[in-house]
Ligand binder design. Structure first.
Ligand SMILES: NC(=O)c1ccc[n+]([C@@H]2O[C@H](COP(=O)([O-])OP(=O)(O)OC[C@H]3O[C@@H](n4cnc5c(N)ncnc54)[C@H](OP(=O)(O)O)[C@@H]3O)[C@@H](O)[C@H]2O)c1
Length: 178
């Protein structure tokens, strides 16, 4: 098996909220840029990264942005009739199977779990996950979905950068296993 890393990537507000009514409660260009850079960039220019998401998060992407470009998109659903309307998109009904198939795929460099809440809840304790990229937005938003507590095994915290957008402080962290 090749050495793909598996990361969760998420943006949370002050109280760990991540979404409201199936959407992101904010529109912050600096976080979108960070998300794009982390999930697109590869060391090997012949490879792509993979992004795994639940069907609700897939549906929340504007049609013109899906599949997310320059990344292999995988949608998790239990609905056998689900149609992503794109031949490059993989539709899977099991998260562990999606990860192990991608780890075997020589064209994939790293794997990013990009939400939403139910997929974060299922993946945060999976031993396959090597790290968590968390953007902390230092502001409060009205949210109905939340990110679970970061497990203690991710005990190496790196502050990657700090930015400010429209008066809101944003901190970009990576949590890894020591
Ligand atoms: N702040 C952030 O960084 C961020 C990132 C992503 C999303 N979000 C937010 O999170 C919210 C969406 O979260 P959510 O929990 O409602 O939806 P979700 O996790 O995106 O999708 C849930 C769906 O995924 C499928 N699914 C879940 N577990 C599965 C499994 N083990 N096997 C197969 N399919 C599975 C099911 O689809 P079917 O019902 O089709 O079977 C389920 O209904 C939105 O508000 C979104 O904006 C925030």
């Amino acid at each position: 098996m090749k050495d793909s890393k598996v990361y969760i990537i998420v943006a949370v507000e002050h109280n760990t909220g991540i979404g409201k009514n199936g959407k992101m409660p904010w529109d912050l260009k600096s976080d979108m840029k960070h998300f794009r850079e982390k999930t697109v960039s590869t060391i090997d220019s012949e490879k792509r990264n993979a992004v795994i998401m639940g069907s609700v998060t897939w549906e929340s992407l504007p049609e013109k942005f899906r599949p997310l470009p320059n990344r292999k998109n995988i949608v998790l659903t239990r609905n056998s009739e689900f149609d992503a309307k794109n031949d490059d998109v993989l539709v899977k009904n099991s998260l562990p199977e999606a990860i192990s198939d991608l780890k075997e795929d020589k064209d994939i460099e790293n794997i990013f779990i990009i939400g939403g809440a139910s997929i974060y809840r299922q993946s945060v304790d999976m031993p396959e996950v090597d790290g968590i990229y968390i953007t902390i937005i230092e502001n409060s938003y009205d949210c109905d979905t939340f990110f679970p507590q970061v497990p203690g095994r991710f005990n190496k915290e790196t502050l990657l950068k700090e930015e400010e957008e429209n008066g809101t402080k944003i901190k970009f962290y990576l949590y890894e296993k020591e």
